[in-house]
Write a protein of this length. Structure first.
Length: 278
């Protein structure tokens, strides 16, 4: 998929995020929107996955460590074809398979249930070790929040001796600088994030998480890196694409009302129209 197509797809995913959270009247739009470009690149360019065969043995694995941003994850899976886009409006509804956090037992395409922050990276490390032990060549990707990396378990997973050989593992940090209580550097600063991962023997790449040229180059560099895992630190904007949500901690876990939903969709329609002129 070329860059323009990726940008258009990311915008459609953002529309679906806003629509799903609005329909649920709850959920986490801010961090879903900040990671939309990463989700798009992973599922439409980088990862070996097949919606017709979600459990195929040689598929690449993805673990959403920051599980509360499931609206973004689900939107990417739906647009990829794992389940109908229309089902996104059942998010968090009684009887829906689209729970508030990823559920591997009921949602096609989900490789690991998640939600409790800090745990997803441990599961991803285990998957990557399994691939090495089995001689399989699938790759493992996990997405963490920058507030999430305040959790000690993230660093327990990162210091594992076996991790030093896991060149099939890519850790992505959605560095939007906001968490539920405010700016991460004011709550409990994890900075410098890149130097911390370097200290744990990761190959580290810093990028603009909304620039598809930089995203593409980073994942290609990760594939070319041998003998160590890669950490991609993606600088992003929480609420990206929706004017009143951008860089606002208040939109970490709040749904738009009807009026706000209308404005949000108008914002994203304008983005789409601009992309169609390119």
């Amino acid at each position: 998929m070329d860059k323009l197509a990726l940008m258009k797809t990311a915008n459609e995913i953002r529309k679906s995020i806003v629509t799903a959270v609005h329909a649920a009247k709850s959920g986490h739009p801010g961090g879903s929107l900040s990671a939309a470009d990463i989700y798009t690149y992973l599922y439409f360019e980088e990862m070996n996955v097949d919606p017709a065969d979600p459990k195929k043995a040689d598929r690449d694995r993805f673990v959403l460590s920051k599980g509360h941003t499931a609206p973004g994850y689900y939107s990417a899976l739906a647009h990829k074809g794992f389940f109908p886009v229309e089902d996104l409006t059942t998010l968090r509804h009684t009887g829906s398979y689209l729970q508030g956090h990823p559920d591997m037992k009921h949602i096609p395409g989900v490789d690991m249930s998640s939600g409790s922050l800090g745990q997803g990276i441990s599961a991803a490390v285990g998957m990557a070790i399994s691939a090495k032990l089995s001689g399989d060549d699938y790759r493992v990707y996990t997405l963490l929040g920058d507030g999430e990396i305040q959790e000690g378990q993230v660093w327990e997973a990162s210091m594992l001796e076996e991790l030093k050989k896991l060149d099939n593992l890519v850790v992505i940090v959605d560095n939007n600088n906001l968490q539920i209580d405010g700016r991460i550097d004011e709550v409990n600063s994890p900075y410098p994030i890149d130097k911390k991962f370097e200290a744990f023997n990761f190959h580290v790449i810093n990028i603009d998480g909304h620039n598809f040229d930089e995203i593409d180059a980073a994942f290609k560099e990760a594939r070319a890196t041998k003998g160590m895992p890669t950490a991609i630190i993606a600088k992003t904007v929480k609420g990206k694409g929706v004017s009143f949500m951008e860089d606002q901690a208040g939109w970490h876990g709040k749904a738009p009302n009807d009026e706000e939903y209308k404005i949000a969709m108008e914002d994203l329609e304008k983005v789409g129209e601009a992309l169609c002129q390119k």
